[in-house]
Design a protein around this ligand. Structure first.
Ligand SMILES: CC(=O)SCCNC(=O)CCNC(=O)[C@H](O)C(C)(C)COP(=O)(O)OP(=O)(O)OC[C@H]1O[C@@H](n2cnc3c(N)ncnc32)[C@H](O)[C@@H]1OP(=O)(O)O
Ligand SMILES: CC(=O)C(=O)O
Length: 558
């Protein structure tokens, strides 16, 4: 089968349709290498199932090229391409990756080039050496043989009906070291018929001004070639370098979701795509797909089993989080005051964070999100703010414990009811034989006019206390059986105070559908845990719309 090379500014060979509004601006071809270069990231290992799921997600994002792996390098990548032959992607071209042939053998004979053909893709990417140092020191061959390796490998793959993307490895270092030789390698790839020449900053050491200059010079050397850019983040400038290359005329941009990649990672497509599309007016993906970017980023981090980067531009949890009272007040009037784009364009959300940096505006917005109607003039509003600041000064942190903040607001508004009163709680820990080291908790709880005494064991004092409390309360509120503790975090607030240091405990709870977090602070870790656990159960009951069995005389004392 023979496939035609894309004409400059034409769609890839799958004829990917774009909405007409998308056609007006210059087109950029995105090339995702999460599944190949991203998989070279330390601490990351995708299963074949993960790879297939990510490929389909990127396909839905309408990324034109998805580099799937190096078939022949490992069985997983071989299988990945087989499976995609069975069930092809809808929009994206999947690309098989490989090196040029080995020195002193023909491309037909090279055992590494055979699997790339067996992968059955229309597009293949091969990387070759641009830097003379790599030829003589890495490959241990001659400069002429390296050029022959590049030319032969591309010509062979094209003779087999493939379209070739040539990755010029160490392009920028090679060009700086020996420009004539580097250009000769690129010319060989171009003359052999490579559809794209991707200039790689493999070591990630180049800065944007050098990238811009070198890309402009390459365009003068090879005006008819379609250039791509592949950058690494070793200098923290992978995204800036890719943008510099695009401004210099590169039309293919390679990168990975969340910037995963060898060493410090690759150019982060989750940053690059919105920058290119929203700031520079270049078409990358349709607007509807751009709104899937945040979900895609989180999906890939979930499969990579790596915690998402909250501070990631555009897609991070904090990318549109407003904490300072001045910011929140202004954002409420006009979001543009503190947001460079509307978060929904990339599928993210504005968040208002509650803390001692808050003003009345933060309180109002948070109250609204909890369904509480407050007015800035309402004295309760200022009381909430005051209480918040006082408690934060004592070590509470409501930013991550919004359930406790909701309870605090209800208290100030006289809308907090008591579901139960904990009359007594005793915890016993036995330091006997290691195998017998269980904790035992006894609680005495009053609900309405009934008082219950319950006992429970746990592998630690908090677990025992939590179990005893639930055992008592489930008799009045059966929904409590659905609640469970999903996370428990302890932070020592003034470590210098030794064993009498103040402790902050954050408890995350779930009912299987929703999660909520509560906080407790005390010089006694059990007391802090007790506060957080009691509020967790109370809040779970509120979330389930349970009516209280007895009123509580408040307000809360600080
Ligand atoms: C810049 C990049 O990210 S390139 C991609 C890097 N990714 C990977 O290396 C991941 C997948 N790699 C692998 O599974 C293995 O390294 C394989 C299967 C490719 C090769 O394994 P081995 O045959 O055991 O070789 P090994 O890894 O020890 O060394 C690499 C070989 O490739 C050769 N090589 C390196 N670059 C090229 C190139 N562009 N063209 C041809 N050969 C090359 C080296 O000279 C070396 O050859 P040698 O074995 O004759 O000394
Ligand atoms: C090809 C490639 O991944 C690089 O040069 O970084």
């Amino acid at each position: 089968m023979v496939f035609s090379a894309p004409a400059p500014d034409a769609a890839p060979s799958n004829g990917q349709a774009q909405p007409s509004s998308h056609q007006a601006s210059p087109q950029l071809w995105l090339y995702d290498t999460t599944l190949r270069d991203g998989a070279q990231s330390e601490g990351l290992s995708f299963s074949i199932e993960d790879k297939l799921r990510i490929a389909r997600k990127l396909d839905r994002l309408r990324i034109p090229f998805i580099e799937g792996g190096w078939p022949g390098a490992n069985p997983k990548d071989v299988q990945f391409f087989w499976q995609l032959q069975e069930e092809p992607l809808e929009f994206s071209e999947v690309v098989a990756f490989c090196s040029t042939r080995r020195p002193d053998m023909s491309a037909e004979e090279d055992p590494l080039l055979k699997p790339i053909l067996a992968a059955g893709t229309r597009w293949v990417a091969i990387f070759g050496k641009s830097w003379d140092l790599h030829v003589t020191e890495g490959l241990k061959t001659t400069l002429d043989e390296n050029i022959a390796m590049i030319r032969d490998s591309i010509a062979f793959l094209i003779s087999q009906g493939r379209q070739v993307i040539y990755d010029a490895e160490h392009w920028f270092d090679g060009y700086l070291a020996n420009p004539d030789y580097a250009i000769a390698t690129l010319k060989a790839a171009h003359e052999a018929g490579a559809a794209w020449l991707a200039l790689c900053d493999t070591n990630g050491g180049t800065l944007p001004h050098e990238v811009a200059r070198i890309v402009a010079e390459v365009r003068e050397w090879l005006p008819a070639a379609q250039l791509g850019i592949h950058t690494h983040n070793d200098s923290g400038t992978a995204v800036a370098n890719a943008i510099a290359a695009v401004q210099g005329g590169a039309r293919m941009v390679q990168g990975t979701i969340n910037g995963y990649g060898e060493r410090c990672g690759n150019a982060n497509l989750c940053t690059l795509i919105p920058n290119l599309q929203l700031k520079l007016g270049l078409n990358c993906i349709p607007a509807a797909q751009l709104a899937e970017l945040t979900a895609t980023s989180r999906f890939v981090s979930e499969l990579a089993n790596l915690a998402p980067d909250d501070r990631a531009p555009y897609v991070g949890l904090s990318a549109f989080a407003h904490k300072g009272g001045i910011h929140v007040s202004a954002v409420e009037r006009n979001p543009q005051t503190y947001e460079h784009i509307a978060p929904d364009r990339v599928g993210n959300q504005r968040r208002i964070v509650i803390s001692d940096q808050s003003g009345l505006s933060n309180v109002l917005v948070k109250a609204r999100s909890f369904g509480l109607d407050l007015d800035k003039q309402d004295p309760a509003c200022r009381q909430i703010l005051q209480t918040l600041k006082t408690l934060e000064n004592q070590g509470y942190q409501f930013e991550a414990a919004e359930a406790s903040f909701d309870l605090l607001m209800r208290t100030a508004l006289g809308q907090r009811s008591s579901f139960f009163v904990l009359k007594d709680c005793r915890v016993h820990y036995d330091f006997g034989e290691p195998s017998d080291r269980e904790s035992l908790a006894t609680v005495k709880v009053t609900v309405g006019d009934r008082t219950l005494l319950e006992v429970a064991e746990g592998n630690g004092p908090v677990a025992a206390m939590d179990a005893a409390l639930r055992r008592a309360l489930v008799q009045f509120y059966p929904v409590v059986a659905q609640f469970h503790l999903t996370d428990y975090k302890v932070r020592i607030l003034d470590g210098g105070a030794g064993t009498s240091a103040k402790t902050r405990v954050l408890v995350e709870s779930s009912d299987g559908h929703q999660r909520w977090t509560t906080v407790g602070v005390s010089g006694n870790i059990l007391e802090a845990s007790y506060q957080a656990v009691v509020e967790a159960i109370e809040y779970g009951l509120i979330l389930h719309g349970i009516q209280t069995l007895q009123p509580l005389p408040l307000p809360l004392e600080v």
